[in-house]
Design a protein around this ligand. Structure first.
Ligand code: NAD
Length: 370
């Protein structure tokens, strides 16, 4: 990690819809921690997604991609909207995010699923199954069946055709994400569950063997293995049994969404995407809320800023070497919810609904107390 006195270079990409609204509020929280940590945060801002298409004809320019590579971290809002839905795939707003993931080689996608006591009723599971839930799903993000070659559709003749994708992993691709999971588990419950389909897939047996080998380097972290189908069931049956779950791109896509819904609200879900650590332990990193640009509520000042604020909390933890500050921010969010602050998406019966700005005010106020 960089020395505390060095400025931290944060590239902010607000994007479209509610992206700029939740990013503006999160920057208030960034400024607050800047003072507290005694470390300057140099914020630069650029266009991405539909906003970049309108200005430059591209979802991200080479200049912005270069800024992202040079930054200590990227804070991303959300992209997309009806105005750009008819663009060809390569020129859709989402292509800007995909390019960043590829250029920055962000192979480890972290999706925490935390259930706040005040919001247990929002979960689709009974309160006793989710109260106190704190799990982290780590999904491999740059390889596997979404990228494997060959892929295609072929005509077999006689009116029959065949489509195929390829699930492929190199040992390097598996090892680096599993290692990231073990490193991160050391800062939490020290348990890693590696998820695969070793019973039916070559890549699954390969994944399991590498996870076992890497696990030997972490005798202080407990390693277990689980088949992906069983993991899906266990997430619904007894989700609190997990601490860190690490899995491939396809299973991670599905399992992280399932875990997310245990907590009930899209407006509360942060994420981090991390690259390899350099010799100083610094990783390329992009932090973003899980939700999209929510065009249905954009411009009304009612979006929930907490997913983005909590994404900055992940930045404090994983890029700014400030785990205690991250813990305090998490605690302030919890206290704001406990004090009754609710944006419309998480409103409980009888609650007073607050605006995007008022929700941030509540978090900043609670930061005084933690
Ligand atoms: P969405 O996440 O934008 O919205 C789904 C629903 O959740 C909407 O009703 C919305 O109002 C609500 N919601 C989402 N975030 C909220 C918040 N912070 N506070 C309160 N309510 C919130 O998903 P969608 O409607 O399927 O997609 C809208 C656009 O976003 C599309 O163009 C899609 O492609 C894009 N998208 C972008 C990303 C991204 O930038 N990473 C992710 C998902 C979707």
């Amino acid at each position: 990690m960089g020395a505390a006195s060095e400025p931290f270079r944060l590239l902010v990409l607000p994007g479209d819809g509610i992206g700029p609204e939740v990013i503006a509020e999160t920057l208030r929280v960034v400024r607050r921690f800047e003072g507290e940590l005694g470390r300057t945060v140099e914020v630069s801002e650029a266009l991405v997604g539909g906003a970049a298409i309108d200005a430059h004809g591209l979802p991200i320019t080479d200049e912005t991609a270069a800024l992202a590579l040079a930054a200590d971290a990227v804070l991303f809002g959300a992209v997309g909207g009806e105005a750009w839905d008819r663009q060809p795939i390569a020129l859709r707003p989402e292509a800007g995010l995909l390019r960043l993931r590829k250029d920055m080689d962000l192979f480890a996608n972290l999706r925490p699923a935390l259930c706040y006591p005040e919001l247990v009723a929002a979960s689709s599971l009974r309160p006793e199954f989710v109260e106190g839930l704190d799990i982290l799903i780590i999904r491999e993000l740059t390889a596997g069946v979404y990228f494997g070659e060959p892929r295609g559709v072929e005509d077999l003749g006689g009116g029959v055709s065949r489509a195929y994708d390829t699930q492929a992993y190199t040992s390097v691709e598996v090892e680096r994400v599993v290692r990231a999971a073990f490193d991160i588990a050391r800062g939490r419950g020290r348990r890693v569950c590696s998820v695969d389909k070793a019973n039916v897939m070559q890549t699954g047996a390969f994944w399991r063997a590498i996870a076992t080998r890497v696990g030997a380097d972490y005798p202080d972290v407990e390693l277990s293995h689980m088949y992906a189908d069983n993991c899906a069931m266990q997430l619904m049956r007894r989700p609190k049994q997990f601490d860190v779950v690490v899995t491939d791109n396809l299973f991670g896509d599905i399992l992280s969404d399932a875990a997310a819904m245990l907590t009930g609200s899209l407006g509360l879900l942060p994420s981090a995407s991390l690259g390899a650590a350099d010799s100083q332990g610094r990783r390329k990193a992009l932090y973003e809320p899980v939700h999209g640009s929510a065009p249905d509520i954009a411009g009304r000042g009612i979006a929930n800023p907490l997913a983005t604020i909590l994404s900055f909390g992940m930045c404090l933890r994983h890029s700014m070497d400030a785990p205690q500050a991250a813990d305090r921010l998490d605690a302030a969010v919890r206290r704001a919810l406990a004090a009754g602050a609710r944006t419309a998406d998480i409103a409980t019966p009888g609650a007073t609904v607050v605006s995007t700005t008022a929700m941030t005010d509540a978090v900043l106020r609670e930061l005084e107390a933690v």
